[in-house]
Design a protein around this ligand. Structure first.
Ligand code: GLV
Ligand code: MN
Ligand code: MN
Length: 421
């Protein structure tokens, strides 16, 4: 670890103990018995996390504002406040059995950069802005990266506001409920756009640890499709209905998943195929299942391969299987995204100057940076995840790696603040 190597000219050292204390405080909110967090989007826990962040930010005099989809912006003014900001950010929401670092790291690293600049009286021409994106995880309300997608204009606000959770509550209702629990915030219009956006995140996979690298210089994010499949059978009495009269939606769904898996199998193991949600109705032990709904999360770095595979899945998920009818729809078809080459080089150069072992990589997970990249030169910084574990309560990143990634974020944002991109 080389945190005390010569710093890029003019870039101050971050305050590691403060950063780590804040991680510990944030990890208390929605803490689970197994050491993770459950802070799903637009729940009281998510709001409590935002309140704590706002408390830290307003104590330093930063201004906070919120857009119509609930993205939160914290701004440190620049000398020339009319200039577009250099931005950073991530998310505070989690999966139901999420880890303490996914998203949180990027938010707290961003706040740490703002405060470091103040501690060292560093004035930047451009404002530096931290964003907390609404519902990155897409767990309670699907799909993922909801707030950044709306901010980028990739998805209409009205459609997202009408999205329901499994209990029938809409994003619009949950948003109104949760915003009322925050301190009063200035409203700002949709359309987050900056001069540059750099997001710090844990890797969530095993690559950096395996390569013994401290820093991942992320050049791209692989594509992600999300499908919802419905298998319709006929609910019947479990004790009286003979096999030949059954239309068992669960039996059919199992056969369907096995068929899809074997047809899309990738000998190179680059394609990622996951059925993460599986709902059986009516869900009684004594009723032959009448309906099954399940999700397919599909990812690949090659846009054509991803589209071809997605189309094939839609083809397979039509017609009938095991006497049950099948239908499917795409909830998200997001292509791979390449980051801005010059900004990626900035990250690479500052990692090099600090003497960190670094490597270039493509992100397997998706991030809000994907939508920012549509409108703003964007890059990402990764730090290692122990054993590659993420979306799991055991997710862990070493303190020194959190500090290293935050230092690189600080250095890179400062360079970006003085660049002509
Ligand atoms: C983000 O949380 C992802 O699932 O990639
Ligand atoms: Mn994340
Ligand atoms: Mn995540």
């Amino acid at each position: 670890m080389a945190i005390d190597n010569p710093q890029p000219k003019g870039s101050p050292f971050i305050n590691g103990p403060r950063l780590l204390d804040r991680h510990r405080a944030m990890a208390q909110i929605g803490a689970t018995a197994n050491g993770g967090v459950n802070r799903q989007a637009l729940t009281p826990e998510d709001t409590e996390g935002r309140r704590l962040l706002l408390q830290w930010a307003t104590a330093r005099g930063y201004t906070a504002s919120i857009d119509p989809i609930g993205n939160l912006f914290i701004r440190r003014p620049g000398v020339r406040s009319s200039l577009s900001p250099v931005m950073t950010g991530s998310h505070l929401d989690s999966q139901p059995t999420g880890g303490k670092f996914d998203g949180v790291f990027g938010v707290l690293a961003g706040l740490e950069v703002l405060e470091t600049l103040d501690d060292h009286n560093v004035a930047t021409a451009r404002p530096v802005e931290l964003v907390v994106w609404m519902n990155e995880e897409g767990s309670r309300f699907a799909p993922v990266t909801m707030g950044s997608a709306v901010a980028a204009g990739a998805v209409p606000l009205e459609r997202v506001l009408a999205t329901q959770d499994t209990k029938g509550m809409t994003v619009s209702e949950a948003l109104a409920q949760q915003i009322s629990q925050l301190p009063p915030l200035e409203s700002r219009p949709l359309g987050a756009q900056g001069f540059a956006y750099i997001e710090a995140h844990i890797e969530q996979g095993p690559v950096l640890e395996g390569a013994r690298c401290d820093i991942g210089v992320v050049s791209a994010i692989q594509g992600l499709h999300l499908y919802q499949v419905e298998v319709l059978g006929f609910a019947a009495h479990a004790g009286t209905t003979p096999s030949k009269h059954r239309k068992d939606a669960l039996v059919a769904a199992n056969a369907l998943i096995a068929r899809i898996r074997s047809e899309v199998a990738d000998p190179l193991d680059v394609l990622r195929f996951t059925v993460g949600r599986f709902e059986v109705a009516p869900g009684s032990p004594h009723v032959v299942p009448g309906k099954v709904t399940f999700s397919i999360d599909l990812r690949h770095p090659d846009p054509e391969h991803l589209l071809r595979t997605g189309d094939r899945i839609l083809e397979i998920c039509s017609g009938e299987i095991e006497h049950c009818s099948i239908s499917a729809k795409a909830l998200l078809r997001s292509s791979p995204v390449l980051f801005d080459e010059r900004l990626v080089s900035v990250v690479l150069n500052v990692a090099e100057s600090r003497g960190f072992a670094h490597m270039s990589m493509v992100s397997g997970a998706t991030h809000d940076a994907k939508y920012m990249a549509d409108r703003t030169p964007t890059a990402m910084i990764f730090v290692p995840s122990e054993k590659g574990i993420s979306h799991n309560e055991l997710e862990h990143t070493e303190d020194e790696d959190l500090c290293a990634g935050t230092q690189i974020l600080c250095d890179a944002l400062l360079v970006a603040a003085t660049m002509e991109l």
